[in-house]
Design a protein around this ligand. Structure first.
Ligand code: CA
Length: 377
């Protein structure tokens, strides 16, 4: 058996010995007071100090040691095929009860994620596991101890959200916030659950091994085609949709290239399908500019003095604004006094309630108006 090297800041915890199994390099110590044995002789004391140096897991009754990692010398790639490097970090944790991470809600993961050691009150640098490729040089060293992540972490209680039986995940990432493209992998295994911390029982050891045949990835891939981990490219910020891009989806290149058709076909104020909705509003509300039957889902209601326009609006528009306006005379339209509330998230769109308080006994009107700030500027 080969011990993990002392020179690594984060020592590997296990070595692969077969296609299916792991052999632990460290022996679990059940003694509640190993130092008492160390003091028995100088020789034993040295041995114990060495064990401490390589982070031998010592698990007390009343807590669990979780041995977390991937295979030494595993082939681990980004979605583009580049080797994972020391930018990557891995966390073990769990999601809010009731939240199931999927490729459809990746931008919500960070808001529902609890890395194990956050709740244990440990320092952040203990909470995450750095991918270990750089200790022996980049690109990957042929040393069997590189090209992996591994750590032992302690589960000290079953307080929220680490309830017994709840799902455990490993989340690997190069970055999780900001904008643009990042590389993520989220790994599960049906057997990965938080163990019950029971002070009446023996210490608990659990292994969370990426290469286990039952492991799978919610985003990214594990154990496919000779690659243990392959991350996936995730775009953190939704790209803006421009009016020009929308035009190209609905009108021909010849039409858009003909200035004579701007007023009637493709212009921001044109109403190509004659449904009285100008193209700019069709863009902002997601309706078809060439189908009169495709009308914006808008509704005006009045309750006492409260006038409300409910409408659907595209979220990420490039220099286009769409906002509710009101007036009492059908001429002096204004946004003054209107407050907006988002009442439903529809993915690329959202449902809005825009309300304004009007005078008792007077007529009032509301409408949706779209403007192109790019053209105005
Ligand atoms: Ca129209």
């Amino acid at each position: 058996m080969r011990l993990a090297g002392n020179s690594h800041a984060v020592p590997p915890i296990f070595l692969r010995t077969s296609a299916q199994g792991l052999k632990h390099t460290n022996t679990n110590m059940k003694s509640k007071n190993p130092s008492r044995t160390c003091l028995a002789s100088g020789l034993l004391k040295l041995a114990c100090l060495a064990a401490v140096t390589i982070h031998t897991p010592i698990t007390w009754a009343g807590e669990a040691t979780l041995q977390v990692g991937s295979s030494p010398a595993g082939t681990n790639l980004t979605g583009s095929g580049f080797p994972l490097d020391s930018r990557f970090r891995f966390e073990i944790g769990t999601f809010d009860p009731g939240f199931t991470p999927s490729p459809l809600n990746i931008l919500d993961w960070i808001n529902h994620w609890y890395p194990l050691t956050d709740a244990q009150g440990k320092a952040l640098d203990e909470a995450t596991i750095t991918y270990n490729d750089s200790a022996l040089g980049y690109p990957f060293s042929p040393d069997a101890l590189a090209n992996q992540f591994s750590i032992n972490v302690t589960l000290a209680h079953n307080l929220f959200p680490f309830s017994p039986g709840r799902s455990v995940y490993i989340w690997g990432f190069d970055r999780r916030q900001g904008g643009g493209n990042v590389e993520w992998i989220l790994i599960r295994n049906p057997a990965w659950i938080w163990p019950t911390i029971d002070t009446a029982t023996e210490p608990i050891i659990r292994t969370f091994d990426v290469s286990h045949p039952d492991s799978f990835a919610i985003i990214g891939q594990v154990n496919m085609s000779g690659v243990e981990m392959r991350t996936a490219t995730v775009t953190l910020s939704t790209p803006l949709t421009s009016y020009d891009a929308w035009l190209a989806d609905h009108f021909t290149e010849a039409e858009i290239g003909d200035p004579a058709l701007e007023a009637t076909r493709w212009g921001f104020l044109a109403d190509a399908d004659g449904d009285t909705i100008p193209n700019g509003v069709e863009f902002a509300t997601g309706t078809g500019p060439l189908s009169a039957a495709s009308a914006p889902a808008m509704e005006v209601t009045r309750s006492g003095n409260l006038l409300t326009l409910t409408f659907t609006r595209r979220k990420n528009m490039e220099h286009i604004v769409a906002e509710a306006q009101w007036c009492g005379d059908l001429t002096q339209w204004t946004t003054s006094g209107i407050t907006e509330v988002v009442i439903d998230d529809l993915g690329d769109f959202e449902r809005i309630e825009a309300s304004v308080i009007v005078s008792t006994g007077t007529r009032a009107f509301m409408r949706l108006s779209a403007g192109d700030l790019g053209e105005a500027g």
